[in-house]
Design a protein around this ligand. Structure first.
Ligand code: ADP
Ligand code: ADP
Length: 237
């Protein structure tokens, strides 16, 4: 499904953020990426969607090497990868529904379709996703009227609107209180299992990772130092 082979990233500053990192992920597997600050977790996630250019190595998603794609192909590839962000990255003055629709259409075509109204099938689909994340009563609220947990639920629905093959999740609970964090992690992991959708979740909180993910990959100083089921983490530490 996703296969990372000897992925290395050296920043222009000289920082070696990833050192020949290799692992692969099967369909439906939810992976928690843990490690201290500066370990390379964000760099790894950003290499997979090419927000950061890898220095060496391969990143294969269903046999396409993402690290070799040109600009146009990369655009198509990014539509196959769903992103969920720490700070939600919602458009504040748009409604919940509009934020979810923007996930499918991309911002530019979204604005065009806003002028012409949306296709009913896209609205129906977005509504289904909002029901799944528990926001069907809030579809017409503006994003800036929502709580942090509700905002992240919108972020989840938006990422799913494009039917991704892979979900990349960057510290989804960093801005949330402990109870909401558990709810959001549970929701993301349940949805991935329902859809057989593989995910990599950059999660600072090891306890949260242990509660919900199938597999933990531990990074330290750019190297994989642990890879296994969460239950084995205690013995490794
Ligand atoms: P984490 O997400 O685990 O905290 P990062 O991927 O952010 O780790 O950082 C890994 C290493 O790469 C750190 O040494 C960090 O300083 C360095 N780094 C991250 N982003 C950049 C950048 N844009 N330019 C230079 N060095 C960077
Ligand atoms: P995180 O909490 O995600 O690890 P960081 O504080 O490491 O965030 O990084 C915040 C931003 O600064 C990121 O965009 C990262 O790429 C950039 N960054 C981190 N370390 C460096 C660095 N040494 N030089 C330049 N940019 C960096």
């Amino acid at each position: 499904m996703l296969s990372i082979e000897a992925l290395t990233k050296r920043y222009k500053t000289g920082d070696l953020a990833l050192k020949e990192v290799s692992f692969s992920i099967e369909r439906g597997q939810v992976v928690g990426l843990i490690g201290p600050s500066g370990a390379g977790k964000s760099t790894l996630i950003r290499c997979i969607n090419r927000l950061v250019e890898p220095t060496a190595g391969a990143i294969r998603l269903s046999d396409v090497d993402i690290s070799k794609l040109g600009r146009t192909q990369l655009k198509t590839m990014r539509r196959r990868i769903g992103m969920i962000y720490q700070e939600y990255a919602l458009v504040e003055r748009l409604t919940v529904m509009e934020n979810v629709l923007s996930g499918r259409l991309g911002y530019v075509s979204f604005w065009r379709s806003l002028a012409r109204r949306y296709a009913q099938k896209d609205v129906d689909k977005a509504f289904g996703l909002l029901e799944r994340v528990g926001l069907s009563d809030h579809v017409d609220k503006r994003a800036d009227e929502l709580s942090g947990g509700q905002r992240q639920r919108v972020g989840i629905a938006r990422a799913l609107e494009q039917d991704p093959e892979l979900l990349l999740v960057d510290e989804p609970t960093a801005s949330l209180d402990p109870k909401t964090s558990r709810q959001i992690m549970r929701l993301i992991c349940e949805i991935c299992r329902e859809r057989d959708l593989p995910a990599i979740i950059n999660i600072h909180d090891v306890m949260l990772a242990q509660m919900f993910v199938d597999r933990v990959i531990g990074l330290t100083a750019g190297e994989v130092v642990f890879d296994g089921p969460p239950a084995e983490l205690d013995h490794a530490a």
